[in-house]
Design a protein around this ligand. Sequence first.
Ligand SMILES: C[S@@+](CC[C@H](N)C(=O)[O-])C[C@H]1O[C@@H](n2cnc3c(N)ncnc32)[C@H](O)[C@@H]1O
Length: 322
Amino acid sequence: MESNKFDKLRQQFLCCYPVNKMAWSTLHLPLELDEQRALIAATCGHPLNQRFPVRRSYQEAFVKRLMHVLKDHDELHDDIYDSLCGQLAKTSLDAAPATSTYAYKHYMLQSEEHITLRESNSFVSEGTTGLCTWEAALALADYLLEHPNQLQGKNVLELGAGTGLLGILLKHKALKLPVGQVLVTDGSNACVKLMHDNISLNFDDASEEATPQCAQLRWHEIKEFPWSKYAAPDLLLAADVIYDDTQFSSLLAALDFVYELRGNRCEMLLASTVRNVDTLHTFMEQLELHEYQVTPCANVSACASHFCRDHTAAVQIVCIKR
Ligand SMILES: C[S@@+](CC[C@H](N)C(=O)[O-])C[C@H]1O[C@@H](n2cnc3c(N)ncnc32)[C@H](O)[C@@H]1O
């Protein structure tokens, strides 16, 4: 049996890609019993999932869907039943709901290299939207992997970094991206703590050069930020931060501050999920009023998806210069 037969399903399972959109068509039915066992071993039984499990409800939904796909089979491998029963038993035994508010996701990069993130199971929790990774961050991650020359020697500052995916990607040892210092920031205390934990999960080497730096930065407090502790940023990143127009003026003031600090020798890549065209448009107009030039980045939708994006929501990435 080819070892990579279930690679796509494995990759999708490990990052909790929606079960109903998974690459089920890559399964050549009927599946022999040893193939069924190999598929369970590549997903629920994968060592990453054993050590840092993805959401229980997701595993349960995956196994149920797999049973449905195999419904015409005379026989199902015991490992499939065991996986489902295991999940159901854990769910009913789980007396403390707080223990299940976080789970892990594993984003596979190349061969066995991956990023593991602890993420919240809710889109909004602890007063922030940043405790799970959003589609715009995945799209920007794909874009940066496709355009590593844009990182050449640059010190990077991310605003509203949430779980820290982009910073962890940029400093990932196996990728050897040509980036300088990477500083991931967020205004939320809970996000900063989560980013710290996620950085520790992904880096053995704690040296400042080898890892992303992490700090709390609320946009309206940008002037008080201890800039002297960090390298001057050449490239700013932000993903999915344009949704609340009450934050626009502080975000713009933060950009003005950094661009002035750098004598305009910096640029920003801003990735936004297009949920509300008017909201995005309003922010783009305000950028122009602040004398920024905004250029859409080419070929965003054509970027290969290393991150299992489901492409249902359009993501716009723009480059902002002054
Ligand atoms: C939708 S989340 C996006 C998180 C991450 N960039 C992603 O795409 O997965 C928006 C993030 O912006 C942060 N944020 C919102 N307003 C902020 C502000 N005024 N100052 C700093 N961070 C802010 C939130 O805490 C949250 O982490």
